[in-house]
Each structure stands twice: as C-alpha cells, then as structure tokens.
Design a protein around this ligand. Structure first.
Ligand SMILES: [Zn+2]
Ligand SMILES: [Zn+2]
Length: 218
C-alpha cells in the first residue's frame, strides 16, 4: 500500500507531492527537468505530463532518501538537486499511507506490468524478497500472491526502502491476523503476528464473560 510523499527544497522552499509504492500504476518517481518537478510517471503511458519518456535508468531511486514517516533512525541520503532552482538537494517527508487493498490484485485480472522492468516494481520486489527472508516465506509464492514477476535487470543494484519493506510486512501480518492469508504461513510469521498483534487480537475477540451488545458502547 502506497504512501504520499512531499519534497522540500531548503533553498527555494518549494516542493511537490508524489506517491511511492504504487507499482501497478506507476513506473516510478521522476525528477523531471522539463516540468521542473518531482512526478510519478504512469505505467499506462510511460510518459511524464510534459511528454518526456524517461528511460528505466533515469528514474529516481528513492530507497535511501525517503523516510518511514519521521521514525527512521538510519541515516538518509540527500535527495536529487531541486528541479525548480537547482540551489540545494531535496529532502522528503512521508505524509500519508493509503490503502488500495492488495497490490497487484486487479478486478479485471489484467496485469499490464508483467514482463516490464521498471524501478517502482523493482523496489517493491526487492523489499518483498527481504520480507520473505525475514519471515521465512516462500518468495515464489509471495510473488504469485502479488501477481508479480521479478524485474530481473533491476534487482541486483537495489537497496531496501524502509517504508516499502514495513508496508509489505504489515500487510502480510494483517492478512494472517484477519484470517485472510492465501499464502503458506510460516512458523515465524505465526509467531511474529502473535507477538505483534496478540494484544489487538485479544481486544477484537473478547473472552468470556461476554459483554452484552450494549456494553460495547460504553
Ligand atoms: Zn529549490
Ligand atoms: Zn515532465
């Protein structure tokens, strides 16, 4: 599930809003010289709003520059030069996390991203593999769960984006908690879900003596 992000330039105080993590719709984040803005380039057209068609290597690898809200402890890398004034490097702030259901699950079953190598998909696939390794999940099965193929040409040089990693991790533990996991739940994932969500589960499933319905309103 993706995030809204804003950029900020300490020199001109201007910035842009864009999205990270929405790989079924976006090729990635592009610092566009033509628009003088940080933009998302749609997968469907492959073109920026100014008409430019950035190559895969021209997209911005935000993995080490965009924090997980304000809670990231690791050192962040400075962003690219401000596309508006070129006077300073951009900084970023993650503002919202929005829910779009399971990424890659489209209503009409279309998967226009299959067979295409692009940065947003590569950042997600790399983070997914990291989650699999942490929680003992089968990467092949989890790629299938997200209807995703590996953008092989872009994986080797990837680095881990903390917001994307945590997002996937939260999604899989939430799926287990809700009893909606359609993938094989490893022992480790069971344990992690119980440790992290046990308290919430107890709240959601009140033990006896059961409250009468009206007592829930108090
Ligand atoms: Zn600026
Ligand atoms: Zn543009």
């Amino acid at each position: 599930m993706p995030y809204d992000v804003t950029s900020h330039c300490p020199a001109c105080s201007q910035g842009d809003e864009f999205v990270i993590g929405l790989w079924p719709k976006h090729l990635g984040v592009h610092v566009c010289g033509g628009c003088r803005a940080v933009v998302n380039v749609p997968l469907e057209t492959g073109a920026c709003r100014c008409g430019a068609r950035p190559a895969a290597a021209e997209f911005y690898d935000y993995a080490y520059s965009i924090p997980y809200f304000s809670g990231q402890s690791a050192e962040l890398e400075p962003g690219r030069d401000c596309p508006k004034c070129r006077g300073a490097k951009l900084t970023f702030q993650t503002t919202t996390h929005f829910n779009v259901g399971r990424l890659g699950a489209t209503e009409d079953g279309q998967r226009p991203w299959i067979g295409k190598d692009y940065l947003e998909k590569a950042i997600f696939a790399f983070a997914l593999i990291a989650v699999c390794s942490e929680l003992d999940l089968d990467p092949k099965e989890m790629l299938g769960y997200y209807n995703l193929d590996v953008p092989a040409s872009l994986i080797a040089s990837r680095r881990l984006s903390l917001p994307i990693f945590l997002d996937i991790r939260n999604h899989v533990t939430a799926a287990v908690m809700a009893g909606e996991a359609t993938f094989t739940v490893s022992e480790k994932l069971h344990r992690t879900t119980n440790e992290e969500c046990g308290e919430l589960l107890r709240l959601l499933q009140p033990q006896s003596p059961r409250k009468a319905w009206w007592q829930f309103w108090k």
